[in-house]
Design a protein around this ligand. Structure first.
Ligand SMILES: Nc1ccn([C@H]2C[C@H](O)[C@@H](COP(=O)(O)OP(=O)(O)OP(=O)(O)O)O2)c(=O)n1
Length: 117
């Protein structure tokens, strides 16, 4: 993640694009790429794990759109001065505490459903 952040920063500096990479612009670009990713799945109905019914071209396309989403996500975190590596680990730890395995095993309800009233 750290390498991708640096590589993307260099990519933008080489093109004098930092001026366009405001947090809001990057956020909109990120949402646009999520839309492009969704378009590949659109109208296909439920899709099996590993995408066995997708053509190789479609699978490659999924990889490209996932990459665009990740590139913009990493860039957004950078432009917001959020250390994404630390934030992700902290968030996973919070998720562990919020969803104790012994309490939620095999259940998918949101944590608010488990709070004892
Ligand atoms: N101002 C920009 C423009 C592009 N990119 C980078 C980040 C993305 O990884 C990719 C996005 O490029 P495009 O906007 O050309 O979008 P696509 O690659 O999805 O092309 P298309 O919309 O034709 O599918 O390029 C960027 O960092 N900053």
């Amino acid at each position: 993640m750290i390498d991708s952040r640096k590589i993307q920063e260099e990519f933008c500096e080489e093109r004098n694009w930092n001026q366009y990479h405001s947090p809001r612009n990057i956020l909109l670009a990120l949402v646009g790429e999520v839309g492009e990713l969704s378009e590949i799945f659109q109208w296909k109905g439920e899709v099996k794990k590993g995408l066995p019914e997708f053509t190789e071209k479609e699978k490659e396309h999924v990889g490209q759109e996932l990459s665009d989403v990740l590139v913009y996500l990493i860039r957004l975190a950078d432009r917001c001065h959020v250390d994404l590596s630390t934030a992700v680990l902290n968030k996973i730890e919070q998720n562990r505490l919020k969803y104790p395995a012994d309490k939620v095993y095999g259940k998918s309800e949101k944590y608010t459903e488990y709070i004892e009233k």
